[in-house]
Design a protein around this ligand. Structure first.
Ligand code: G3I
Length: 372
């Protein structure tokens, strides 16, 4: 049991560590200023940050970011967990936080196979839905969500992670039910989602977002085909998000350049939407939460000087590629703010568990300064 005295000592230690961290933080330039002539800089914000429960993280975001993405608050499961009932509190706090701090808010995400409530793909008797009913549910959701924030969201991830590694469309319930196994209907759910998002907020930018575009050329080609399909139908699509959940060993410079140049050549903006670098190098490389989590990516050597040096080098390499292609890149968003609240373990971000800037932060800073 903790005595009153130990509690006081622990609290004091936390306060002192926090004060030291924020002092260290105060001395460094803001990333959004360093990159202001090149692209927006942002981060994914979680519930604790936007509701005032993580002031250390909020301070970092306020200082360094001019854009932010809702990490979980705008997913279907979070917003619309029961049929016809919405829970807006955290999403509203996210938008308000962005507005208070002059960050362009990005809505994430309207149509995804993951983090969807169980009722979505079934009728009241538990049977699979027809194409028409699922399209109607999708329309209702998009009109309700995008409509609520009309004029306040810079851009929406309209469809998230619809592709397989080989570039074909993932056999999600969206594809199976709305596509009905017919080749000429395979893009219908994507097309419909983009059309309704545009109808609900004609000023908002609309994006397709996926992981692995930088490590599988076939998947990147699949994204280009998807963009071209929408363009051929006269459907608005402004950009493609390369999530970029990287590791110390991937992506290669060539793979990243292939993705940026192929997508830009298709006539869309390119954004890095979920940047982090896992330090644990074994195993699966993708970003499917069903296959990796904090535990499976824990890294006993995360804090070692050698690991931090390699992390800094990988960030420097990635930023040198992004700066080289800056005419095609509009935004770079980190997937989180500091290591303690990342969705993966190890040491994936620029700030450590005590909110202090790491060697990787300074590597990104100097990449940006070289190019100013
Ligand atoms: O909020 C609930 C809480 O009420 C519950 O008690 C607790 C018990 O598990 O779960 C909480 O929800 C968790 C949620 O994060 C908020 O912390 C979910 O279980 C957990 O699965 C969820 O993980 C998120 C994951 O997407 C799945 O939605 C991660 O935080 C988030 O970083 C991650 O982000 C995805 C992008 O949206 C898409 N690209 C890949 C990226 C990484 O997987």
């Amino acid at each position: 049991m903790r005595t009153g005295r130990t509690t006081t000592v622990v609290s004091l230690a936390v306060l002192v560590a926090g004060a030291l961290a924020s002092a260290a933080e105060k001395d460094v330039p803001a990333l959004k200023d360093v990159f202001k002539d090149h692209f927006l800089i942002g981060g994914a914000l979680n519930r604790r940050v936007v509701t005032g429960h993580d002031p250390g993280a909020a301070a970092i975001a306020e200082k360094h970011f001019n854009t932010a993405t809702a990490e979980n608050a705008m997913k279907w499961q979070s917003l619309n967990p029961w049929p016809g009932r919405y829970a807006w509190d955290v999403a509203d706090s996210f938008v308000a936080f962005c507005e208070r701090n002059e960050m362009a808010p990005i809505g994430h995400c309207l149509v995804w196979h993951s983090q969807v409530p169980r009722w979505l793909f079934r009728d009241e008797s538990g049977n699979a839905l027809t194409r028409e009913v699922l399209l109607a549910r999708m329309k209702d959701h998009i009109m309700t969500v995008v409509g609520r924030y009309k004029g306040r969201i810079k851009g929406w991830d309209v469809v998230n992670e619809a592709l397989n590694e080989n570039g074909t469309l993932r056999a999600s319930p969206w594809l199976r039910i709305i596509g009905e196994g017919a080749e000429d209907k395979k893009y219908d759910f994507i097309e419909s989602a983009f059309r309704w998002a545009h109808e609900a907020d004609p000023e908002a930018e609309l994006y397709y977002n996926d992981y692995g575009l930088e490590s599988s050329k076939a998947k990147c080609d699949g994204a280009v085909a998807l963009v071209k399909h929408l363009q051929s139908k006269g459907v608005r699509i402004d950009g493609v998000g390369i999530q970029l959940h990287a590791s110390l060993e991937h992506p290669s410079v060539e793979g990243l350049e292939y993705a940026i140049t192929s997508l830009a050549a298709a006539g869309v903006k390119v954004m890095i939407t979920e940047l982090d670098i896992r330090t644990q190098t074994r195993g699966y490389r993708g970003a499917d939460i069903g296959r990796i989590n904090r535990r499976s990516t824990q890294d006993a050597n995360a804090d070692a000087a050698e690991t931090q040096r390699r992390l800094a080098q990988k960030y420097a390499e990635i930023f040198s590629v992004l700066l080289k292609h800056r005419k095609d890149i509009t935004r770079v968003t980190f997937w989180g703010i500091y290591d303690g609240a990342s969705w993966i373990g190890g040491s994936p971000l620029l700030f450590d568990r005590d909110y202090r800037p790491k060697e990787a932060f300074f590597a990104v800073l100097s990449a940006g300064r070289k190019d100013q």
